[in-house]
Design a protein around this ligand. Structure first.
Ligand SMILES: Cc1cc2nc3c(=O)[nH]c(=O)nc-3n(C[C@H](O)[C@H](O)[C@H](O)COP(=O)(O)O)c2cc1C
Length: 173
């Protein structure tokens, strides 16, 4: 094995690592955001901890750090067009609120709020709400680790869920 790293090969191999594709919800001080993310996975079994690596310069980073929690919307495979809507921050004029201030839709997608206050896509096949427990700044990204405090999903089987390989998108590398 040569010890010289081929940048292009490294990128292709890192891109090829199989992963799911989620929408991360965050909220703090009346602000909300939804962000497409594939760097998300369960990181401990007891307690039930889920980690997501979030760009340190992103809106989501600011809101998770300030709000102390995040949500993950798990999408059905046929909903792959939805993740394209959340690859840039949701602007205030794309957010619809009810009279009392509760957020009802973001970028044209209906949302709801559960335990942490972070928005969840109403069309999610399942969702996870996490309370922030650990933070690890890693460079470009910070790993936010949250304890699962609420989940939602169907009583029966989940549909096949969206993965990176179902799209032509890539991230990381
Ligand atoms: C397929 C795909 C996967 C992504 N995964 C992540 C991720 O895991 N973590 C992350 O911080 N940004 C990820 N991004 C980038 C964000 O979606 C995008 O830059 C984002 O809107 C910026 O975050 P903000 O809206 O919170 O500012 C991904 C983008 C794409 C297209």
């Amino acid at each position: 094995m040569p010890d010289v790293v081929d940048d292009r090969l490294r990128r292709r191999v890192l891109w090829a690592m199989p992963s799911g594709l989620y929408v991360v919800g965050s909220a703090a001080g009346g602000r909300v955001n939804l962000m497409t993310a594939n760097l998300a996975f369960q990181v401990a079994v007891e307690p039930k901890l889920v980690g997501v690596a979030v760009d340190a310069a992103s809106v989501t980073h600011e809101l998770v750090a300030a709000g102390g929690g995040f949500s993950l919307s798990l999408l059905a495979r046929e909903d792959r067009a939805v993740v394209r809507r959340f690859v840039k921050p949701v602007s205030e004029d794309e957010i619809e609120r009810r009279g009392g201030g509760a957020v009802v839709s973001m970028a044209g997608e209906a949302v709801e709020v559960h335990a942490t206050g972070a928005p969840v896509l109403t069309r999610a096949a399942a969702w996870i709400d996490c309370s922030l427990r650990h933070r690890l700044l890693l460079g470009s990204h910070e790993l936010f680790v949250g304890e699962v405090v609420a989940v939602g999903g169907p009583a029966g089987d989940l549909p096949p869920l969206l993965r990176m390989e179902d799209t032509r998108m890539s991230y990381g590398g």
